[in-house]
Design a binder for this molecule. Structure first.
Ligand SMILES: Cc1cc2nc3c(=O)[nH]c(=O)nc-3n(C[C@H](O)[C@H](O)[C@H](O)COP(=O)(O)OP(=O)(O)OC[C@H]3O[C@@H](n4cnc5c(N)ncnc54)[C@H](O)[C@@H]3O)c2cc1C
Length: 318
């Protein structure tokens, strides 16, 4: 649609208002903005139209079994061999990885350099020889993410974004975009509207104590909307997102969890019922509860985000 950043976020919010919780968006919300900032002209010309047309479905290959919060500990390697990078290693928790035809991957390209300094940001076709995908089920039993194994996978030398060994700069820029995206109020808004529907349906709405808690959650949601707008404004004007974006991610994920807990309370004895395929998802209390659990982990865990805020925003000592 050629929308700017602000309107694009509005579009995503509208999707989620109608319960369309996730489209294949990693290309549009993460890689696209990064290529616009750091990609070569050839990369922009090739990948951006394909992202917009939905021809390339992207996955994010950052985390490894021994490198989550401590991402710079990653051990997947890429070595130059003539005109190709040869990638070996393993990624895990890759969202939508089984559906993707492309992945951006952080790999170590200089083993001797300091941890952050020897990493590069590479673009890998998922059908390359040596790529193996193994799905992982989430709490709800859906194969939402996967492990990816790279066994001497060869990709063209040009499939690097930014300079060799500058991948950490790319990784951080992309995480800023990711945190604005996952800090959006839409998941909490969707859960709160489910809570209202459920409470009106089963009589809880008439209970003043519940209404008091509901009003508190609704006001927190309004605050979150204001905070979100601050970061959308930075995106709109091209200003840097800033390390303080972590507060948005913490606020959204914790509010979403609190609403989902209230939803379980109000659903009462129905809370444990697993919704059948095609059931009315507005009443799927357990589904919302389970979906809210990992939001304080992915995109940077709450504990780690608080550490970043303590140092970068509050200047507290290590
Ligand atoms: C649903 C979901 C989707 C994901 N999708 C992707 C994806 O598409 N691509 C991808 O690359 N990764 C993805 N991830 C992985 C995610 O980025 C990691 O799970 C996350 O970074 C945490 O790393 P970890 O799981 O290794 O936990 P760990 O880093 O081992 O952390 C374990 C616990 O220790 C705490 N902790 C760790 N270090 C510190 C510290 N210094 N101070 C205080 N507490 C600390 C953490 O907060 C956490 O509670 C996804 C994860 C989930 C749950």
């Amino acid at each position: 649609m050629g929308l700017g950043a602000g309107k694009h976020l509005v579009l995503i919010e509208e999707f989620e208002r109608f319960g369309c919780a996730r489209v294949h968006d990693i290309g549009t919300v993460m890689l696209g903005p990064l290529l616009m900032e750091y990609g070569t002209q050839a990369q922009r010309d090739h990948y951006l139209p394909r992202i917009l047309r939905g021809e390339d479905i992207w996955a994010q290959g950052y985390s490894e079994p021994g490198a989550g919060s401590d991402l710079a500990a990653l051990r997947t390697t890429a070595e130059l061999d003539g005109d190709h990078w040869v990638i070996s290693g393993q990624k895990t928790w890759v969202t939508l990885g089984a559906d993707a035809n492309m992945a951006f991957v952080l790999a170590r390209t200089d083993k001797a350099a300091k941890k952050q300094a020897g990493i590069s940001f590479l673009l890998v076709p998922m059908d390359a020889t040596g790529v193996t995908v193994r799905p992982i089920e989430n709490l709800e039993g859906h194969a939402e993410f996967c492990e990816i194994f790279f066994d001497a996978v060869r990709i063209p030398k040009a499939n690097i974004v930014g300079e060799v060994n500058q991948g950490w700069t790319m990784a951080k820029a992309l995480l800023g975009h990711e945190r604005v995206f996952i800090g959006a109020p839409r998941l909490s808004a969707n859960a709160l509207s489910r809570l209202e529907t459920l409470a009106r349906g089963n009589g809880a709405w008439e209970d003043p104590a519940f209404r008091d808690r509901f009003a508190g959650l609704a006001m927190d949601l309004a605050d979150l909307g204001d905070l979100f707008e601050t970061y959308v404004q930075r995106l709109r004007t091209g200003a840097s997102i800033g390390a303080d974006v972590g507060i948005l991610k913490i606020f959204q994920s914790e509010l979403y969890q609190r609403i989902s807990e209230e939803l379980m309370q109000v659903a009462g004895s129905h809370a444990g019922i697993k919704l059948e395929e095609g059931g009315d998802s507005r009443f799927d209390a357990a589904g919302t509860y389970l979906a809210a659990r990992p939001t304080t982990i992915f995109g940077g865990s709450t504990e780690v985000m608080r550490n970043v805020l303590a140092r970068a925003s509050l200047n507290l000592p290590k």
